[in-house]
Every structure is written in structure tokens, then in C-alpha cells.
Write a protein that binds this ligand. Structure first.
Ligand SMILES: NC(=O)c1ccc[n+]([C@@H]2O[C@H](COP(=O)([O-])OP(=O)(O)OC[C@H]3O[C@@H](n4cnc5c(N)ncnc54)[C@H](OP(=O)(O)O)[C@@H]3O)[C@@H](O)[C@H]2O)c1
Length: 234
């Protein structure tokens, strides 16, 4: 493609961030890959990829790296990479601070589109309750992280109609698989856990992210995204 300007990816050294960067490059889109410590990511730099130092919770930092003509930003940041890490250092306001910094920093930099990655935990189950409220489906030990993520979504919603940044949150409707192949297909849904979708690869999540940048279809809402591959029978 390459018809749009560059994008800025926060969390570019993580699983989703790397997949988004790869999908962007596949389409010929330039990427500013934002990490907190560039020296820790010597493998990220490549043709069409500029590595920049930044912090998604700091509006000045966001504005600084996002300026210069980017058409969109991707929020693929997580302060928590797995249950083994524990919650001792988790700031319950992390995602709220990130939402504020992104809306303010991107607005100041003139970046009009934000695609954020959500968390399965706050999609609604068949009974209408958030998945994280059902201990049979969602591990209670991860609940503090789910609450922090959900607070960030609430912040985007509460500020949603204000300002110039048109955001969308793409929330995996189930598991995300790092090694799974790119099929180029996915399904977007709404607020509920989608029925019948297969596990989503990070690569196909990235396809959905780039599609929502290239041709924005959803505006100031959270939607589910799930895999659309054919599941082999037994
Ligand atoms: N099924 C699901 O719903 C599901 C599954 C997996 C992930 N997710 C969501 O998808 C998103 C991305 O997850 P992931 O698996 O790609 O996470 P990941 O692999 O752990 O990567 C997260 C990245 O965030 C960066 N980061 C942390 N704090 C930062 C800050 N203040 N400023 C800038 N960057 C920062 C980290 O880099 P540094 O530490 O080097 O800065 C890290 O590379 C998250 O929102 C996560 O919750 C959802």
C-alpha cells in the first residue's frame, strides 16, 4: 500500500507491537517504533522503521515522538507480560494515564487516529457480565490487571467525544497466539464475547489494526476481534 503516512507504535518491542510493525512494513507503511529503552531493542531498527525512546504515560513524550506527520498511533503497551510477573508493581491507573497521555499528546501533535489493543477480560459474556467477573472463565489472580485495563477503556469512553483523536479499541475475543500464522482474516464484533470465532494470531490482530488505520470503519468504540480461520474437525 504505502499510500498513507507513517504510524507511531507504542509498545513496539512487545508481541503485538512487533506484529503491527511487521504488518505495516508489509504494506509499505513507515513506522516509528517507540520503546522505553532503545538499547534493549537492537533488533527493532530496519528499513522503514525508526526506533524512538518514549513513554506512553507521559503526554509530552507522546507528543514528542508522534509529531512529524504520522497519520495514526497504535497503543500496544502493557505493563504486565504474564502472571509470573506478579502485581506488586502494577499501577492501577496505568491505562488511565496512558489514555490521557495519548489523547492529549496525539491531539497536540496533530495525529487524528488511535488504535488501542484491549483485553478479553472486559468483553461481556452471555449473561451480560464482564468476563472477568466470572471466575470460571477468567483467572481471579489476573483481575487487578483486568481492572486496570478496564479503567483505561472507561477513560477513553469518558473523553471519547472530546478532542480530535478518533480512537478505536480492538479487543481479542479470546486467546492471542504468538506463533500462529497470519491468515489475513479476522472478524470484528461488538461488546460481547464473539461466538464461534477461532483463536486470533498476533499477526491477524495486526492486520485488523492496519485495516482500521488504512480504512477506519469503527469510531470511538471498543469492538471485539477474533480469528476467522477454518477449525479442523477431530
Ligand atoms: N486475550 C487478550 O485479550 C490479550 C492477550 C494478550 C495481550 N493483550 C493486550 O494486548 C496489548 C499488548 O500486549 P502484548 O502481549 O504485546 O504485551 P507485551 O509483549 O508484554 O509488550 C508490552 C510492551 O509494552 C512496553 N511498555 C511497558 N510500559 C511502557 C510504557 N510506560 N511506555 C511505553 N512502552 C511500555 C514494554 O516494553 P518496555 O518494557 O521495553 O518498555 C513491552 O514491550 C496489551 O494491552 C495486552 O493487555 C490482550
Amino acid at each position: 500500500m504505502g499510500g498513507i503516512g507513517g504510524i507511531v507504535v507504542f509498545g513496539a518491542g512487545g508481541r503485538a507491537g512487533r506484529a503491527v510493525t511487521a504488518e505495516a512494513r508489509r504494506r509499505g507503511v513507515a513506522v516509528t517504533a517507540v520503546v522505553r529503552e532503545p538499547a534493549r531493542y537492537p533488533d527493532l531498527g530496519a528499513e522503514g522503521v525508526v526506533v524512538a525512546k518514549g513513554d506512553v504515560t507521559d503526554p509530552l513524550s507522546v507528543g514528542g515522538v508522534a509529531g512529524g506527520g504520522h497519520v495514526a498511533a497504535v497503543h500496544a503497551v502493557s505493563p504486565f507480560s504474564g502472571p509470573e510477573q506478579g502485581f506488586g508493581s502494577l499501577d492501577p491507573d496505568f491505562f488511565v494515564r496512558a489514555a490521557d497521555a495519548l489523547l492529549d499528546g496525539l491531539g497536540a501533535a496533530g495525529v487524528g487516529r488511535l488504535v488501542a489493543i484491549g483485553l478479553f477480560a472486559n468483553l461481556l459474556g452471555v449473561d451480560g457480565r464482564p468476563v472477568m467477573d466470572d471466575a470460571g472463565v477468567f483467572p481471579p489472580e489476573i483481575r487487578p490487571f483486568a481492572l486496570a485495563h478496564t479503567a483505561g477503556l472507561s477513560r477513553l469512553r469518558s473523553r471519547g467525544d472530546e478532542g480530535a483523536v478518533d480512537w478505536v479499541m480492538l479487543t481479542p475475543g479470546g486467546g492471542l497466539e504468538e506463533g500462529a500464522a497470519r491468515t489475513g482474516r479476522y472478524r470484528l464484533g461488538g461488546e460481547r464475547v464473539p461466538e464461534g470465532g477461532s483463536v486470533l494470531s498476533y499477526a491477524d490482530l495486526a492486520v485488523a489494526v492496519l485495516d482500521e488505520i488504512e480504512t477506519p470503519m469503527r469510531h470511538r468504540v471498543r469492538v471485539s476481534v477474533t480469528g476467522d480461520s477454518v477449525i479442523d474437525g477431530p
